[in-house]
Structure formats: structure tokens, C-alpha cells
Design a binder for this molecule. Structure first.
Ligand code: 5MM
Length: 341
């Protein structure tokens, strides 16, 4: 693989493939394992992720890159092969989550600011040495009638831009992830409120990226879709697709090679249907694909249940979701394919 930022970014958004977000931090993976009554030990986390990365059919056909948590980037498979090598052998690019998590923002009740810039230059150099060729930083934006505040949007956008510039300096492609929460509290916002907030946030993020001298050709954007809140969800697939595409076209420069959505708490099938509708119905200046965590892993996690004898079933579930989303990334998914499977 070539080491130019543009080439790495292009590989991450190859047509018909998308990114597996497997970068759950210790707290989040524990929550996921709690849901299937499995202890979150280092070995169980390794076994689970090894199962995903060794799903050859899914990985080599539909997954362009994998976002890892620090522990996983350093971990070895049961047979001693570094997990990074397992990912590379499947033809996918290894990536690393480098943010230090979203923390309560002082004097801003209900809002968060992502930490982790101190020492980032040194960490990026180490991660490059360990094989990471892209990174991810997530800014979290609350949404309600009154939120977000302008200062929380600006602070998060500036942190994303400073992170992105440091990544590019290190030869690493930054995934820039400003997430407007669909499943936060109160979760009763309309799709039009989500449109307004997403537009403001993306405008602010791209202004900060420009000021920070980030090369747009060497980054990938990971946004939320324009969608109503978890307690008001009823916008149709077509409405979500139309409003999301309109919002992105109004805010994301065509120099950005690709946009890879987060799933944000949508059901597996919703996340797939929305992506497919966007790719099918619109002429787009960038590649539009997925960078799902929950919407790629939920079925697999359940099928596995922490039992070695269920590894094949877990891999089948993951392969199915990966294939459905790979088809959605070219607008070729239909709901009949879910039933047939
Ligand atoms: C996999 O979850 C990622 C990391 O979460 P924490 O740092 O909170 O543990 C998360 O950033 C994820 O990459 C994106 O939100 C996309 O995942 P979903 O589940 O929303 O598709």
C-alpha cells in the first residue's frame, strides 16, 4: 500500500467497502459484554475481536479499515499473530482511536468536550510504528431546543482540527467525527432540528479544519445522519436520505474523498437502508459509506455470546451485516436481501 495520505484515504472509502468501528473503550466494551453476560477480561476482548478480524469473507470483501482501541492495536491473536497483521492480511487498513474521551465541559451543563491533545504528537508517532495508518477522534454534540451552545461547538471543532493537523503531520489519515447525538437526552428533537444543528456543526468544523491547514484530500469525515431523536423516530428512509444528502452537500467540500457514517443507535437495518437510499438516489461528489460500530456488531455479539462453539455463528452474523452494508455503499441493498438471508 502506498503511504500518501490521499491514497490511504481513498483505500478507506473504496467503493462497496466501509469501516468497522471496533474501538470501544474499556467502559463501552464492558457495557456491550454485560448485555450478553460475558466478563470484560483482556482475553475475552481479544477473542471477540479476533473473531471479527478473522471473518475472512466479510473482511476481505466489505471492510476497508478497522478502528482499534489502544489495547487491541498491541494485542496478539491466540496463535501469537499480532491482530494488526490479521487485519492487514485481510486487505484492510488498521486505524486507532486517539481521543481521550468526551468529558463534561466546565460551565456547560449537559455538554461535553473531547480531551486528548496533550502528548498526541508522540502517541501518533508510536501508533504509526505499530502499524496504524489512520486515526479517529470523536467530538460529541448534545442536541435539544437549547443545545448545543456555540462555545461547545467551537471548542469541539477546534479540537478536531488540531487533532487532524497532528495526524497528517505524522502520516496518518484523520477520521474527523463530530457526532450529534441521536440517542442522547432528552432525545425528542425533530429531524429539522437535527438538520439545523448538523449544518452549523459541519460548517464550524470545516472552518476550523481550513484554519488549521488540514488537507481535505487526506481526511475522512464521520458524521451522524440527519435524523430525528430516539424518542421521536418516525422520519421515513427517504426523508432521512434526502435531508442528510442536502445537509452534507451544503457543508462538505468536494475535496473530501469520503464520508463514512456512524450508526448512532439506529437499528442495523435502518442504518443500512438509509445508506443505500443515499447512494441510490443521488449524484454525490464524495464516496458515501459506513463506519459503523453497533450496527455492524450487534447481531454478531449476540450470536457469539462469549462461547467458543459459537464463533462460526458470530462470523456468519457479521458477514451478513458487512455484506448488506457493502451493498448499501453502492446503493444496491434491498430489504428482500435481509429476508432471504
Ligand atoms: C465503537 O464505538 C466508538 C467508541 O466509543 P467510546 O469511545 O465511547 O467507547 C464510537 O466512537 C464509534 O466509533 C462511533 O460512534 C460509531 O459507532 P456507532 O455504534 O455509533 O455506529
Amino acid at each position: 500500500m502506498s503511504e500518501r495520505l490521499e491514497d490511504i484515504a481513498a483505500a478507506m472509502v473504496t467503493s462497496g467497502k466501509g469501516i468497522l468501528a471496533a474501538d470501544e473503550s474499556s467502559g463501552t466494551i464492558k457495557k456491550r459484554f454485560d448485555s450478553i453476560n460475558v466478563d470484560s477480561t483482556e482475553e475475552n476482548r481479544r477473542d471477540y475481536r479476533e473473531m471479527l478480524f478473522r471473518s475472512t469473507e466479510a473482511m476481505s470483501n466489505y471492510i476497508s479499515g478497522v478502528i482499534l482501541f489502544d489495547e487491541t492495536l498491541r494485542q496478539k491473536a491466540a496463535d501469537g499473530t499480532p491482530l494488526v497483521e490479521v487485519i492487514k492480511a485481510a486487505g484492510a487498513v488498521p486505524g486507532i482511536k486517539v481521543d481521550g474521551g468526551a468529558k463534561p465541559m466546565a460551565a456547560h451543563p449537559g455538554e461535553k468536550i473531547t480531551e486528548g491533545l496533550d502528548g498526541l504528537r508522540e502517541r501518533l508517532a508510536e501508533y504509526y510504528g505499530l502499524g496504524a495508518r489512520f486515526a479517529k477522534w470523536r467530538g460529541v454534540i448534545s442536541i435539544s431546543d437549547d443545545l448545543p451552545s456555540g462555545s461547545a461547538v467551537r471548542a469541539n471543532a477546534q479540537a478536531l482540527a488540531r487533532y487532524a493537523a497532528l495526524c497528517q503531520e505524522a502520516g496518518i489519515v484523520p477520521i474527523v467525527e463530530p457526532e450529534i447525538l441521536m440517542d442522547g437526552e432528552p432525545g425528542d428533537h425533530s429531524i429539522d432540528r437535527c438538520y439545523t444543528v448538523t449544518e452549523t456543526v459541519l460548517r464550524t468544523v470545516f472552518a476550523e479544519l481550513y484554519d488549521a491547514r488540514v488537507a481535505l484530500e487526506g481526511m475522512v469525515l464521520k458524521p451522524n445522519m440527519v435524523i430525528d431523536g430516539k424518542n421521536t423516530r418516525n422520519a421515513s428512509v427517504d426523508e432521512v436520505a434526502e435531508k442528510t444528502v442536502r445537509c452534507l452537500k451544503a457543508t462538505v467540500p468536494a475535496a473530501v474523498p469520503g464520508i463514512a457514517f456512524l450508526s448512532g443507535g439506529q437499528s442495523d437495518e435502518e442504518a443500512t437502508a438509509h445508506l443505500s437510499a443515499m447512494n441510490k438516489g443521488y449524484d454525490l461528489p464524495w464516496q458515501l459509506t459506513f463506519s459503523y460500530g453497533r450496527a455492524l456488531q450487534a447481531a454478531c455479539l449476540k450470536a457469539w455470546g462469549g462461547k467458543p462453539e459459537n464463533v462460526a455463528a458470530g462470523q456468519r452474523a457479521f458477514a451478513h451485516r458487512a455484506r448488506m452494508n457493502g451493498l448499501a455503499a453502492t446503493g444496491n441493498w434491498t430489504s428482500d436481501m435481509e429476508k432471504a438471508a
